[in-house]
Design a protein around this ligand. Structure first.
Ligand code: NZQ
Ligand code: ZN
Length: 380
């Protein structure tokens, strides 16, 4: 098992009606004013917005609002909200929504202290402090509610890059799974695929972290089973709750213990896809990349991948397990090729260049440009 450090300061309130505790916690933390950040309006339909406002009002916390964060969030919007936060002199940031809203909120929390937030993404400025951050999660996928990462796209350069800092962990995240019943099944499945990918980016990195591998297998099985249940009944609370918890644990530090920081090659590749085509949902993009990546690496490192084939799919060969994995994603209605995602053959070279620019491509398997080119062709 590789040496590791584990740090996670985020408090979680999990379950129905837990939003009531938001204002109480912020009041305890001495917060009197915050900026509420939201997306395109889903929080008005799922009940989160109304419950948040009630909780803030009851605790006497004033707020301003910044709406309109898009899926695959963008730098220009982030800069605009940073300006709004600075001008208002607000004391805290409150994200109500999915990973895109939470990531924007993290960049805002850090950005009020920087010359320009993009400098942190391109490693020209270091995040040394941030406003306190609170989140109310409405889609389980990214794990952003309990980690210190944020991913933002610069649409001018098509760089979808990330920051990682101990200063941008949320202080408190509320996970009320019942808010997620308004998701379409496609969105639910995209989120599930993202959580699966987070686990798999770690899973193959080390064969001796037996405890973590066993935890990860339990998480993977639970995610698949709960997603199957939600395909039949979007209001199955037990399935929503267990999927939500598994997705949070998939990227809060637990699933990576002793696994060398994981690889993240699939994420590097997917981020370039959704930077070029912002209409691609991150999870759905991963549903195309991850099986192809396993197909490619499985031949090179058979024993690591065989464990997954047996534990997850009860198969004795990697290729049969990949078929089962692809069949499952197809049964959920996800895309099965880059072409299905809307990527054109003529864009593959641009995609390759964008992927290779990213400094964090592949920590363990370190794919080179020719290997990534091959992988893209296999996935096309
Ligand atoms: O904008 P609204 O109206 O809120 O609609 C959203 C959005 O259209 C909708 N939605 C959210 N909750 C809903 C709902 N619709 C109905 N009912 C609800 N309860 O869902 C759509 C997608 O939301 P988004 O926040 O984009 O989804 P997700 O949580 O998957 O976030 C994806 C972003 O996070 C990044 C991805 O790259 C992508 O940009 N990631 C962040 C990570 C992190 N911070 O740790 C790690 C991940 O690997 C990932 O890269
Ligand atoms: Zn992801």
């Amino acid at each position: 098992m590789e040496a590791f450090s584990f740090y996670n300061p985020t408090k979680i309130l999990f379950g129905k009606k837990q939003i009531a505790g938001l204002g109480i916690q912020m009041h305890r933390d001495g917060i009197k004013h915050c900026i509420l950040i939201a997306g395109g309006g889903s929080i008005r339909n799922n009940g989160a917005y109304q419950q948040v406002i009630e909780s803030l009002d009851q605790a006497g916390i004033q707020h301003i609002e910044a709406w309109g964060v898009q899926a695959n969030p963008r730098l220009d919007k982030t800069r605009q909200i940073i300006q709004q936060a600075k001008e208002s002199g607000t004391e805290a940031v409150l994200a109500v929504g999915g990973g895109s809203v939470i990531d924007t909120a993290k960049a805002v929390a850090a950005g009020v202290y920087l010359k320009d937030i993009w400098n942190a993404f391109i490693r020209k400025e270091t995040i040394k402090e941030a406003l306190p951050l609170y989140t109310v999660l409405t889609i389980s996928a990214t794990g952003s509610e309990m980690n210190g990462n944020a991913v933002i796209t610069n649409m001018e350069t098509r760089q979808k890059w990330g920051i990682s800092s101990t200063h941008i962990y949320p202080r408190l995240s509320i996970i009320d799974p019942s808010l997620q019943s308004t998701l379409t099944f496609r969105q639910t499945a995209n989120g599930a695929m993202d959580a699966i990918a987070h686990i798999l980016e770690f899973y193959f990195a080390n064969e001796e972290a037996l405890t973590t591998l066993a935890i990860n297998e339990a998480l993977l099985r639970t995610i698949v089973d709960m997603t199957d249940r939600l395909q039949k009944d979007a209001y199955d609370y037990t399935a929503r709750a267990n999927l939500a918890l598994s997705a949070t644990l998939a990227l809060n530090g637990l699933s990576g213990m002793g696994l060398a920081g994981g690889d993240w090659g699939c994420h590097g590749i997917e981020h370039a896809c959704s930077a070029l085509h912002p209409e691609i949902a991150h999870g759905e993009g991963l549903g195309v990349i991850v099986p192809t990546w396993i197909e490619y690496l499985g031949e090179k490192y058979p024993s690591r991948f065989l464990r997954w084939a047996k534990a997850m799919w009860h198969e004795d060969s990697i290729s049969s397990a990949i078929c089962r994995f692809r069949d499952k994603l197809q049964s959920w209605g996800l895309a099965s090729s880059l072409r299905d995602l809307g990527i054109k053959e003529g864009e593959l070279n641009t995609l390759l260049d964008l992927i290779m620019q990213n400094p964090s491509l592949g920590g363990v398997f370190k794919l080179n440009k020719e290997e990534v080119r091959l992988l893209l062709m296999l996935a096309f």
